[in-house]
Design a protein around this ligand. Structure first.
Ligand code: T46
Length: 140
């Protein structure tokens, strides 16, 4: 089981009225970082895997806006999986956490709110390198 400092679910409130539901996400009250970037993943074919990397400095919130998918997380000495299928829940993922997103349902939309601008140098794409770097963090 991952420590909650690495990843945890944030529950959002829904403001419901006869016209439908509204959920807001705001820095401070629900979100632990200021959003510099948002992107979304959609039209994912059956069996595809997204992610397969870790980030050095980036923190993210991952939300299933529609449909469902599973986020598999790994910090070297612990792993955890989160099934997301509810736009009122977000998965916070801290720095230095290996992630893979799998099992997208048909029509799933994955919204990601990110703490940093896009930077290819922030990615660790080798799992072996990631595990080596994590070892020194886990031994602290
Ligand atoms: C993550 C998971 C959940 C951009 O040009 N700008 C962007 O902001 C992003 C995120 C990607 N790109 C380009 C880079 C690649 O040419 O889009 C292409 C696909 O990106 P990538 O292979 O990194 O996509 P995923 O789904 O494997 O990973 C993405 C994020 O990159 C990553 O931070 O945590 O979603």
């Amino acid at each position: 089981m991952l420590k909650t400092s690495s990843a945890y679910i944030i529950n959002f409130e829904a403001i419901m009225d006869p016209r439908g539901d509204l959920t807001s996400i705001e820095y401070g009250s629900t979100l632990p970082f200021i959003v510099k970037r948002a992107y979304y993943i959609y039209n994912v074919p059956a069996g595809a895997t997204r992610g397969s990397h870790a980030h050095k400095n980036l923190r993210q919130l991952i939300i299933a806006m529609s449909g469902s998918f599973t986020v598999n997380l790994d910090v070297g000495d612990a792993q955890n999986s989160f099934f997301l299928n509810n736009p009122r829940k977000g998965l916070f993922v801290n720095t230095m956490v290996w992630r893979e997103i799998v099992d997208f349902s048909q029509g799933a939309v994955c919204l990601v709110l990110a703490s940093e601008n896009y930077d290819p140098d922030d990615y660790i794409r080798s799992h072996e390198l990631f595990l080596n770097q994590r070892k020194s963090i886990n031994s602290i």
